[in-house]
Design a binder for this molecule. Structure first.
Ligand SMILES: [Zn+2]
Length: 200
């Protein structure tokens, strides 16, 4: 797993090296680094060791200029407490940012005004699926139903969607079911776990 770089939450900015003071926000960003040659040689939905997720932690000032092309991120406030945010809050925030980065368009099809510019990477749906299962296992999500959206001009694609409800506020998320082996899922989870400061 040496292809997966990670850094545990340092309390200094990766860009300007400034130590963060109490009360400041630290932006932990994951970037997807794709070696060009490897990218050309494999099919779009194959996950190999070609992709590297890199984590960088930024101060607020640097985040303004470094957020282009981020895969997803979470934000923590520096406090005297060892764990300013619970893993639950971080996972929910990460998941929300992950899905909001999915298309770059809002539900009405208009370009998103999100200031981040995202790439619709082929592997993003698999990561979304993975994290929906992580949230399910942590009892942050519960399964409401499975639905199939018949192919239609309105956007149906004949695929199965897992419909999750967030506990306790019942916010609903529709996640396309992915054809992914248990082994691949476990491998991805293992690799992602290293990017967080806690077990996922
Ligand atoms: Zn900085």
């Amino acid at each position: 797993m040496s292809d997966w770089e990670f850094g545990k939450g340092k309390k200094t900015c990766s860009s300007c090296a400034k130590p963060l003071a109490e009360g400041e926000y630290l932006f932990s960003a994951l970037f997807l680094n794709k070696p060009q040659e490897a990218e050309r040689q494999r099919s779009p939905d194959q996950i190999g060791n070609a992709e590297q997720f890199l984590r960088s932690d930024y101060c607020g000032a640097c985040w303004e200029s470094k957020s282009q092309g981020v895969f997803s991120f979470w934000r923590t406030q520096i406090t005297k407490k060892a764990q300013p945010k619970t893993p639950r809050e971080i996972l929910v925030e990460f998941f929300e940012n992950l899905i909001s980065a999915n298309s770059g368009v809002d539900p009405a099809g208009n370009p998103s005004d999100n200031k981040l510019s995202y790439i619709n990477e082929a592997m993003r749906p698999k990561i979304i699926y993975l994290f929906s299962l992580v949230l399910l296992r942590r009892k942050i999500f519960r399964i409401k139903e499975n639905i199939v959206k018949p192919a239609s001009p309105a956007g149906g694609d004949n695929r199965t969607y897992l419909v999750f409800e967030r506990i306790p506020d019942n916010k609903v998320y529709e996640v396309p079911e992915m054809a992914i082996t248990d082994e691949e899922l476990a491998g991805l989870k293992d690799q992602f776990a290293k990017l967080f400061d806690f077990e996922i």
